[in-house]
Design a protein around this ligand. Structure first.
Ligand code: FNR
Length: 346
């Protein structure tokens, strides 16, 4: 028996129906936050948007010290994407791209380490639009469809995209039908147009019209303003007549929104988050950014001001009583030859 070739266990394909999903969020959706969202109850977690040009030149490096798979930029050693087996069956990598061949090359590089690949077709930021990525693809449906079809044809994992609604409902339905015909597994829809901002009310009625016109799973997004409890996530999903719901800002503020049993106080969330940052040697500036977005106006308190002075993960951990934990773990890492980040300055 031992001479038989080892068969790689094929994971069941990710199903996008009846799911509570953490939305893609630049800088927020790195490994520790994704793992915490899963621990809290999210079914699927998206990475932050990763741009194809950056990922395409990265090297896949298993990291035995951390038990992670790292995709590393060979020019400066930056970790472009870090993942681990705890999330492999539930993590969707979101890609920023304007080119089918590049997207496919990235897909081939990462597909064994993720559960799904999503193409960002909703980002209205200048950086994306100028590069023909994000919401630029909404006005080029043929190109958007070509990218998706290339991926669904040549990759083994489910492909999705995340769009915004168009100013006209029928046009939105037409676009979704065109994209659905490429064989994608689901479509995430932010219920705002490209020019609308977070302060504008979302349009669940448009999502409802789309959901009743197409067969593929619709993931409703854009209702975070009014989400304060776990039940609110389902209310928005129902309001949209959608198959699943995706949450960004409410999760950025307090990721325990995914917790069925009720939300946790932010200090408890920060402690859990920091432990994961230590466990996975997360970059201090990224950890600090995420804690800042949880603290918000509490940064004005004496403790908040002390936090803002912090330059290392060790210093941040001291504030939340995790100094010893951090020291011990970073020491273990150093002994493992990984060269922990204990002394990395922001
Ligand atoms: C975002 N959003 C976003 N969208 C996307 O497709 N890719 C991304 O990388 C990001 N990055 C990002 C960062 C941060 C900090 C925020 C708050 C948002 C948009 C996000 O996924 C979502 O579509 C909107 O925020 C609307 O959903 P909520 O916030 O109402 O749940």
């Amino acid at each position: 028996l031992s001479n038989l070739p080892r068969l790689k266990m094929k994971q069941p394909r990710l199903d996008y129906r009846n799911k509570i999903i953490m939305a893609p969020m630049v800088r927020v959706g790195t490994l520790p936050m994704r793992l915490l969202a899963l621990e809290m109850g999210a079914d699927i977690v998206y990475t932050e948007e990763l741009v194809d040009l950056k990922l395409i030149k990265s090297l896949r490096r298993p990291n035995p010290a951390l038990n992670t798979i790292d995709f590393v930029d060979p020019s400066d050693g930056t970790i472009v994407f870090r993942t681990c087996s705890l999330e492999t069956s539930r993590v969707v990598l979101q890609l920023g791209t304007s080119d089918a061949a590049r997207a496919l090359a990235v897909g081939k590089l990462v597909q064994n380490d993720i559960a799904g690949l999503d193409i960002n077709m909703g980002c209205p930021k200048e950086f994306s639009i100028k590069g023909g990525m994000g919401a630029a693809l909404l006005s080029e449906p043929a190109k958007a469809a070509h990218i998706l079809r290339t991926l669904t044809t040549h990759l083994d994992i489910p492909i999705t995209c995340k769009i915004r609604i168009l100013p006209d409902t029928l046009e939105t339905i037409k676009l979704v039908q065109e994209l659905a015909a490429t064989g994608i597994a689901a479509i995430g829809i932010h219920a705002r147009t490209r020019d609308e901002r977070p302060q504008h009310h979302p349009h669940p009625d448009v999502l409802r019209a789309v959901a009743s016109a197409v067969d593929i799973p619709i993931i409703a997004n854009g209702g975070s303003r009014n989400m304060h409890t776990y039940e609110d996530l389902h209310k928005f999903q129902e309001l949209c007549g959608a198959d699943s719901v995706m949450v960004a800002r409410a999760a950025q503020l307090n990721v325990s929104i995914f917790r069925k049993q009720g939300m946790l106080p932010i200090d408890e969330v920060i402690c859990k988050y920091l432990r994961l940052c230590v466990d996975y040697d997360n970059a201090p500036h990224n950890s600090k950014y995420c804690v800042q977005s949880i603290l918000k106006e509490l940064q004005e308190t004496p403790r908040g001001k002390r936090f803002l002075q912090c330059q290392t993960l060790q210093q941040i951990c001291e504030i939340w009583g995790l100094g010893d934990y951090c020291r011990r773990k970073q020491q273990e890492l150093k002994e493992h030859g990984n060269g922990g980040r204990a002394n990395v300055i922001l």
